[in-house]
Design a protein around this ligand. Structure first.
Ligand code: DAH
Length: 347
């Protein structure tokens, strides 16, 4: 038979062990493990119960009570230790996750509109302010809309002005947004005032030409439209895009679909017209082609040229972007090199 005092020794040695061990517990996970090792069924406190069979019957109740006391004490002991650890861990976490709201915010790089899109939007903004609607044509056109209806029949020498990508003898990748003029005039009675931006394609590739580029066509058809209207509108456009001090000059030119035809120059916005390397010492920079819609083109679309007249212009968007941002190779607009794009960001 086991002596109760000896057993009490064992009980108190378990208590001592717990207290001693607790000094090494540094986080709630360790407390949890230690608690398990004492308080689980097979834990050290549970194991004390196996001495019960050696205890004299009269002392069994006393022994059981002593073990239970130890158990209750251990539960409380581990409970408060756990709480202490958790509080400490929470404070450490607060400390780690502390945010200094007085710190300057990190700059996050955000995307931006491509310069060609920026210029395109800017032009749409300027012209829609003058009452223009947008018409988007299609990039594949048949020969009639791209050429013939624009007074450029087959074998017309002016077809050589544009190196065309033929998809078939009938269909082309449009070489100019001017084809949109025909679609609009076929479907709409004057007064007409449209702007048609879009991609165009030519077999052409050098520092200032790319096989794909963007144009913006303008067309106004009404009674009594003259070159004066054209110059007035273009003046507004160049002042908005290139600066208030700039103005335009019209030079005679040739396009089959306009008569008369003009090239439009803008006074050099680098030197103010005095002459510099940017404008090749002429004081002027060519920005677009325009003219009074040829009578034949109006007739082709069923519009009476004795009643109505029209003006048209075609702007090369990349050209405007290159002038505006001082880019000398059109490829830079298509290579998406962030070092270049970041420099020409307006925003
Ligand atoms: N379509 C011409 C080109 O691509 C540009 C142009 C010139 C358009 C005169 C016009 C215009 O509407 O009137 O070179």
């Amino acid at each position: 038979m086991a002596n109760l005092d000896e057993l009490r020794e064992k009980i108190s040695s378990v208590r001592d062990a717990i207290q001693k061990e607790s000094a090494n517990l540094t986080d709630s996970r360790m407390v949890y493990e230690a608690r398990k090792s004492y308080l689980d069924k097979s834990g050290r406190i549970g194991q004390l119960m196996k001495y019960m069979k050696d205890v004299e019957p009269a002392q069994k109740a006393e022994f059981g009570k002593n073990v239970n006391e130890l158990k209750t004490w251990a539960m409380e002991y581990f409970g408060s230790l756990d709480e202490k650890m958790r509080t400490r861990e929470l404070l450490a976490r607060y400390d780690m996750e502390k945010i200094d709201i007085t710190m300057p915010a990190l700059r996050r790089p955000v995307g931006n509109l491509h310069p060609v899109t920026q210029v395109r939007n800017e032009l749409i903004d300027v012209f829609s302010g003058m009452g223009f609607d947008i018409y988007e044509g299609s990039e594949v056109e048949n020969d009639y809309y791209n050429f013939t209806a624009l007074n450029t029949p087959k074998d017309h020498p002016a077809r050589d002005m544009q190196d065309t990508f033929y998809l078939s003898p009938e269909f082309v990748l449009r070489t100019q947004t001017s084809s949109a003029q025909i679609h609009v005039m076929e479907n709409q009675e004057p007064p007409i005032k449209i702007l048609s931006p879009g991609k165009v394609f030519r077999s052409d590739d050098d520092a200032t030409h790319s096989p794909m580029f963007t144009q913006m066509e303008g067309l106004v058809v009404d009674k009594g439209i003259t070159l004066g209207d054209l110059q007035g509108m273009l003046d507004v456009f160049v002042k908005r895009v290139f600066g208030e001090e700039t103005h335009t000059r019209l030079r005679p030119s040739f396009f089959p679909f306009t008569e008369p035809s003009v090239e439009v120059d803008v006074s050099c916005f680098e030197c103010g017209g005095a002459g510099c390397s940017f404008c090749k010492h002429t004081g002027w920079i060519e920005v677009l082609g325009a003219g009074i819609v040829n009578r034949k083109v109006l007739e082709n679309c069923g519009i009476d040229p004795d009643v109505y007249s029209g003006l048209a212009f075609g702007i090369g968007i990349e050209r405007v972007a290159m002038l505006k941002y001082g880019i000398n190779n059109i490829k830079q607009l298509f290579e998406s090199d962030l070092r270049v794009l970041n420099q020409i960001n307006d925003n």
